[in-house]
Design a protein around this ligand. Structure first.
Ligand code: DLL
Length: 443
């Protein structure tokens, strides 16, 4: 074992000891838990029992971890169809919390937690925050929304259990966020990356220099963001920006998180079993192949999820992280299988647009894609904010920037799109997850 590895392992606090479980032991634990969770879902959840029955399966057929592939998938539509409590595996008297995720269409989905589930959620959040270098003594501002969204309460419980001081600001009211951050000497913030961009801008307007604050870590997630955005955030403040992943259906934030290597997100495999499948055929893909992430909860009581199709596109990264954790990693999630836009027959992902825009000097990381239909033909306009200097500079500079952006987008997307340069603050700021696409094609 090399000395960095040893130092990292020595560094690990008792809260994240499970992150270093030997792989063989972890697989054994996963196997035991998989059998237990399948047994529980089969006994308690009608939909799951029916689906297994259709495949001629009983929990007895799940003898190895690979047997997970025999099990039926669960999809978001299953949660909608059984709204509100149809997938619960615990009686209501044992359910201590409900969260709701609204989604974009139709009924919301409801997720449930027993006391044990909340404890597991807290423990994985502690491991996330510890992996981001946070410890007792840190002052953590939780600016994810509190309420039906899982972000606020998930981060809150984790930070408190870690022994940090929590400032539960929730989302919104940027001026107060900045005032408290400054007055309390906040050292870490948890919020969506786009909301933090908004705080950076607002702080500058208020004459607060983010670089002068003791803020040194940001735990950002709940929406896709890129390495270019990380660089931008880190250049505008003194923070180290970490990516945290999760979804309501599985637990909320805390399914996986980056460590200080920033080389993928470690999945807390003792509680969540990851697979990558071909989004079209559902066939399991080997490590290193990109596909849809499918997760099985291994310890959830109130609402076990078996082979849940997340729609998030990523891969399981081959090899071991230099940090010494034995937990497998997934690559950052840049896109979902259902956020693909089809423009004049060409597949376009908003993340491709973001990556192209942020490589060009003079743009700000605020953009929106507006889709319209003219004479039956899809039109795509990318509106992007540019730095105030660009508008004060000569007109030629603006034209030059426009052409460079147009060229970069044409190159990346393979189709012609319109580029509109707009002044800073033209695009509405998000309090939580950013809305990148405005689709006016149907109207
Ligand atoms: O967004 C939970 C969460 C809160 C995660 C705070 C991280 C931080 P939902 O509202 O159910 O739950 O949305 C889940 O958001 O399937 C992804 O598509 C997306 N998402 C979450 N984290 C990331 C991330 C929360 N780090 C959906 N990168 C997921 C990219 C993310 N997408």
């Amino acid at each position: 074992m090399n000395s960095t590895l040893e130092a990292n392992i020595a560094d690990c606090t008792s809260v994240s000891a499970q992150d270093y479980t030997p792989v063989a032991r972890m697989r054994e634990l996963q196997m035991q838990r998989l059998q237990a969770v399948v047994g529980r879902a089969w006994q308690q959840v009608k939909l799951f029992r029916t689906r297994m029955g259709e495949r001629g399966l009983t929990p007895r057929e799940i003898r190895t971890l690979e047997d997970v592939r025999k099990l039926p998938f669960t999809a978001k539509s299953d949660l909608r169809d059984t709204y509100p409590f149809g997938l619960f595996a615990s009686p209501m008297k044992d359910v201590v919390r409900l969260h709701v995720s609204s989604g974009t269409t139709g009924k919301p989905i409801v997720v449930a937690y027993t006391k044990e589930d909340v404890d597991v959620w807290t423990s994985v959040m502690v491991r996330c925050l510890a992996g981001c270098g946070l410890h007792p003594g840190d002052i953590v501002q939780v600016a994810y929304g509190y309420g039906l969204f899982t972000g606020g309460l998930g981060a809150h419980y984790g930070a408190e259990a870690l022994g940090a001081t929590v400032v539960p600001t929730s989302g919104g009211n940027a001026d107060r966020q900045i005032m408290l951050m400054k007055d309390f000497g906040v050292t870490a913030i948890c919020c969506t990356p786009t909301y933090f961009l908004h705080l950076i801008d607002r702080a500058a307007e208020l004459g607060v220099d983010m670089k002068e604050l003791p803020l040194r870590a940001g735990v950002f997630g709940a929406e896709p963001w890129t390495d270019s955005m990380r660089k931008h955030i880190e250049s505008m403040s003194r923070i180290e920006a970490f990516d945290i992943y999760g979804l309501s259906e599985i637990i909320g934030p805390g399914v996986g998180c980056e460590c200080s290597r920033h080389d993928g997100l470690h999945i807390f495999e003792d509680h969540f079993y990851p697979e990558i499948v071909d989004p079209t055929t559902g066939e399991t893909l080997p490590d290193g192949s990109e596909g849809e992430l499918v997760l099985t909860t291994l310890s959830k009581q109130a609402m076990p999820m078996v082979r849940y199709r997340t729609r998030d596109i990523t891969m399981i990264m081959p090899g071991r992280c230099e940090c010494g954790r034995t937990l497998r990693r997934i690559a950052r999630i840049g896109r979902r299988s259902d956020d693909m836009l089809i423009i004049r027959g060409v597949n376009v992902f908003p993340s491709q647009v973001e990556a192209a825009l942020l490589q060009i000097e003079g743009t700000l990381p605020h953009y929106q894609i507006v889709l319209t239909r003219e004479q039956g033909l899809d039109q795509m306009e990318v509106q992007v904010e540019v730095t105030p200097q660009m508008f004060t500079d000569k007109i030629g500079a603006l034209q030059g920037l426009h052409d460079r952006l147009q060229g970069a987008l044409d190159h990346v997307l393979g189709i012609r799109v319109e580029v509109a340069l707009v002044e800073a603050y033209t695009i509405e700021r998000s309090q939580g997850k950013a809305k990148r696409v405005i689709d006016r094609r149907a109207t």
